[in-house]
Design a binder for this molecule. Structure first.
Ligand code: HEM
Length: 159
């Protein structure tokens, strides 16, 4: 495995991360607009919610889900290059910065799972979340991303 392949995979990983994050930062905003239609009169309410739910579906299925899969594929690929290609062994994933990074991406994936569950509830009309809830939690993925990015850029270690 050459060093150049690693750099191409690293670039593709970053591009996939950009798309995943963009989608996860925008989807809760569509959920907020959707929740805030509940006090509106018909037929505007149904028309708006119908449109918002199409946008939610497209964003989740076309952008967010595939870019999460691509982020994982390229990320795991780089781990395998470190372990086998660079001969660093599985101790690589136990390095403090890499372990922190992995905890952060598991948390981000969990947030993704929560948004997917809410998508199904919103489509079924059974969601109980308010617009305020979505506005207050909107920055959660960004805060987790700060941990994920700084752990790889600093490669921090103990002592
Ligand atoms: C989903 C599972 C993920 C895995 C398995 C993974 C794994 C990795 C690995 C092994 C590297 C190479 C580190 C190096 O050799 O320096 C890397 C680089 C990187 N990752 Fe991830 N990553 C994942 C998700 C993410 C997420 C969610 C973000 C941001 C929110 C992110 C941001 C970055 C950045 C910015 C780099 C490049 C750092 C550099 O060029 O030094 N990754 N990732």
């Amino acid at each position: 495995m050459s060093f150049e392949v690693f750099n191409v995979v690293r670039g593709l990983h970053i591009l996939a991360v950009v798309a995943w994050m963009a989608g996860m930062l925008f989807l809760p905003r569509l959920y907020a607009y959707d929740a805030e239609q509940s006090g509106k009169a018909e037929p505007l309410k149904s028309e708006m919610q119908g449109l918002l739910r199409i946008w939610q579906r497209r964003l989740l299925k076309i952008i967010i889900n595939p870019s999460m899969a691509a982020t994982w594929v390229f990320g795991v690929w780089m781990i395998l290059i470190h372990v086998y290609g660079f001969g660093e062994g599985w101790g690589f994933v136990a390095r403090p910065w890499m372990a922190t990074k992995l905890l952060a991406v598991v948390a981000l994936s969990g947030w993704h799972g929560f948004l997917s569950g809410e998508f199904r509830r919103i489509q079924a009309g059974t969601s109980v979340r308010s617009g305020r809830f979505w506005r207050m939690t909107n920055e959660i993925p960004f805060l987790i991303a700060v941990v994920a990015v700084l752990s790889v850029t600093t490669e921090w270690t103990l002592g």
